[in-house]
Design a protein around this ligand. Structure first.
Ligand SMILES: [Zn+2]
Ligand SMILES: [Zn+2]
Length: 731
């Protein structure tokens, strides 16, 4: 018999055709396989038993990077074809969607890397069809070597033979390279033959090195070297925000943080994100790595260069973005050499250009499930399905902080890499270039452009400047709700608790503690946190003590004397009273700020969300008590109770825990009162493990179906996808 099978999903550029060739050959099937615009088409001919075996094994034994979404097989007339062939794609048939995410070095390449007898022994750029750089080196489509940053390297005969051989692991591996013909690493200013070994020796001695990686430059130093870490912090002008670590092995990672099975799965996954996990009390890291933080961000080596470096140093490294303060991470050599020179004692570089700046992704595990906080290297540009079909091509411009964009067509969306805070020329430039790149990669020509309602966001301005498109303004918290619904394939109604720092409301006030009933097409605001003034507007975001002032005033209680005595208190108090330059806000993020300031934990912040993060970190894990919340999410009694506890001398950890417990209980109650079947918990505040876990548990006990973002961030990194879902459903 003869069967034609069409395979859809991520099946191109992942070694699928050679896999089919090997499988068919093993089972004695004749026929052919080819790529076309929709995926892979395979025809096999043999006795019925062999064909059935082939079809059973085809999806089950697919290569590691393949993701099969559908196999449709049909019988076709026997042709008597002999042998099995990998055929060329039909003209125009090479798809635009064959670009996959960068993937960690596979086990086979690792073996070669550390095998003294292998021709790629200690070669920092070893890769194959199953691993290596992809998205970060792609310049255009089709995904073929001339359109990658490997274009300048001509394969030597040995590499070319691998590339041409369907039975080789490196068949059509576009970044294929070896020490003879491929990129080289170099320690600037040194003529060491083995640049990585030389860099490792400098690091061991306490230097700070700029290291060119896969998606950009990192700054590296020994994690256990007090002086080096403190110097890095000072030179980078980074006051408090924790540094990420790279551990040589899972065993070394276990010595740094407490890892459950879900955390370990993420650590060793092909995406290799930074995993946030509770730090061990005896973790061998310098105090300045993460001052006061109960968690550490840890990742494992994901490129051969990192594997060599970590193995040579033999200890965890700080590996933080190569930038000064909040600037975007450096990824071009000239820019890095200029910007990082004041910070780094040396540079470990290489000559494979990085096409797209891509930060490390960040994931936290809550209730044994991943919660992506930053989705970038390792995940982008994998597509995410939409539960509705976009009749026209869509561009969604996202929000402002932790910005991403999204393009969509049909039932598929591609969310771009983390751009950062869209507040300066450099990030705006990355944003615009990123959008153009994605439009080309995925052949999307936007006819509908979705944007936030905030008129001052640069992302909104970019949207409004596009000519000849239909614009769809999507309310910020509706986008959060829609993103979570769409990710879970839900097209029906749900009730969402959407808590974050700031979002432009339909009434012109600052929203951020919203109960929304809605679906992908629309929403109704059915409740919100009691609104208070944000004294001085934006200044209140940087200075949580201002929110303490506003909330104590609203609650009609005296603020703790230490706070009320600070300079400027009376002026800010007057702003809160009169409302001058002080918009109303229902933001839960700002309520966290107020409580953190009242507890004396944090009155001014140096990075977004710091006060809330520290309030969560302070929680006394054993405390089960909870403050009262007024009906309709009125936090005034809660703030009054916090102030009472402070006056009584209650420990800040107990207060923090009682506050979290109160908010979780009030949220669950408010949602249950409205009697929903399906609930969404999203918004940046739900990155808070304690709040999310308790709220989910309370709702779960009541038998409610709870949806939480998993593949996309609950924070503003998920907004663009939500906007795209709304645009797809309504335009
Ligand atoms: Zn490999
Ligand atoms: Zn070669």
């Amino acid at each position: 018999m003869r069967v034609r099978a069409r395979v859809e999903g991520t099946v191109q550029g992942v070694g699928f055709r050679p896999y089919v060739y090997r499988l068919a050959s093993e089972l004695g099937c004749s026929g052919h396989v080819l790529n076309d615009a929709r995926g892979v088409v395979v025809e096999v001919e043999a006795d019925t038993k062999s064909v059935e075996r082939f079809l059973a094994r085809l999806p089950a034994e697919a290569p590691p990077l393949a993701r099969i979404e559908r196999v449709a097989a049909e019988s076709v007339p026997v042709t008597g074809e002999t042998g099995f062939a990998i055929r060329a794609s039909p003209p125009g048939g090479e798809p635009s969607a064959a670009v996959t995410a960068d993937t960690a070095t596979c086990a086979e390449c690792l073996e070669e890397l550390f095998d003294p007898a292998d021709r790629r022994h200690r070669y920092p750029f070893v890769n194959c069809t199953n691993c290596g750089p992809r998205f970060t080196i792609v310049r255009g489509v089709p995904y073929d070597r001339p359109l990658t940053t490997m274009a300048g390297f001509t394969m030597c005969p040995a590499c070319a033979a691998e590339y041409e051989n369907p039975l080789d692991r490196r068949f059509h591996a576009q970044p294929n390279a070896c020490p003879e013909c491929g990129p080289r690493a170099r320690l600037v200013g040194s003529d060491a033959e083995d640049a990585v070994a030389a860099a490792a020796s400098v690091l061991r001695d306490g230097a700070i090195l700029a290291v060119k990686g896969v998606g950009g430059y990192h700054l590296a130093c020994r994690a256990d070297d007090e002086a080096a870490v403190a110097a890095l912090r000072a030179r980078k002008h980074r006051e408090d925000k924790p540094f990420a670590l790279m551990a040589p092995t899972v065993v070394a990672a276990r010595a740094l943080v407490a890892l459950g099975p879900a955390e370990e799965d993420l650590l060793v996954s092909g995406a290799r994100p930074i995993v946030l996990a509770p730090r061990r009390p005896d973790a061998p890291v310098a105090a300045a790595v993460a001052p006061g933080a109960p968690e550490l961000g840890v990742m494992l080596p994901y490129s051969p260069l990192h594997h060599l470096l970590l193995a040579d140093v033999g200890a965890p490294l700080v590996l933080t973005s190569g930038n000064v303060s909040d600037e975007p991470i450096a990824y071009t050599d000239d820019d890095a050499l200029e910007r990082l020179a004041p910070i780094a004692d040396g540079f470990l570089v290489h000559d494979r250009p990085i096409q797209t700046r891509t930060d490390d992704s960040v994931v936290r595990v809550v209730d044994e499930r991943p919660l992506v906080l930053r989705r970038s290297r390792g995940y982008v540009p994998d597509s995410i399905g939409l539960p509705v079909t976009a009749r026209r091509h869509v561009l969604a411009c996202g929000a402002e902080l932790k910005s991403t964009f999204c393009v969509a067509k049909g039932a598929r969306a591609w969310v771009g890499h983390h751009i950062g805070d869209l507040q300066n020329y450099e990030t705006l430039r990355s944003f615009v270039a990123g959008v153009a790149h994605f439009e080309a990669l995925f052949a999307v020509k936007p006819e509908v452009v979705a944007h936030d309602l905030h008129p001052e966001y640069l992302s909104t301005k970019v949207a409004l400047e596009r000519d000849g498109v239909d614009l769809v303004g999507v309310q910020h918290h509706h986008a959060h709700l829609a993103a979570c619904l769409a990710e879970h394939g839900e097209t029906g109604q749900a009730l969402g608790a959407i808590y974050d720092g700031t979002g432009y409301g339909t009434d012109g006030t600052v929203w951020g503690g919203e109960l929304l009933r809605g679906d992908l097409c629309g929403f109704e605001r059915v409740g919100s946190l009691f609104a208070v003034r944000m004294p001085g507007g934006e200044a209140a975001i940087r200075q949580p003590w201002r929110m303490a002032c506003a909330w104590t005033q609203a609650a009609g209680v005296e603020a703790p004397a230490a706070l009320a005595a600070r300079p400027g208190w009376d002026e800010v108090s007057a702003l809160a009273r009169t409302g001058v330059a002080s918009p109303l806000t229902s933001s839960v993020g700002r309520l966290f700020d107020a409580v953190a300031a009242l507890c004396g934990l944090r009155s001014e912040i140096t990075y977004e969300g710091q006060a809330a993060i520290e309030l969560e970190a302070a929680c006394d894990a054993a405390e089960r008590g909870a403050y009262a919340f007024g009906p309709a999410l009125d936090a005034r009694p809660t703030v009054a109770a916090v102030v009472d506890d402070i006056a009584r001398g209650t420990d800040a950890g107990v207060i923090a825990a009682r506050f979290h417990n109160a908010l979780a209980a009030a949220t669950a109650r408010a949602l249950l009162e409205r009697g929903p079947d399906t609930v969404v918990l999203s918004g940046g505040v739900f990155a808070n493990r304690r709040l999310l876990s308790r709220t989910r548990a309370l709702l779960g006990e009541a038998g409610v179906r709870v949806l939480v973002p998993e593949r996309l961030p609950p924070g503003d990194g998920g907004i663009s996808y939500g906007q795209a879902a709304v645009a797809a459903a309504s335009a």
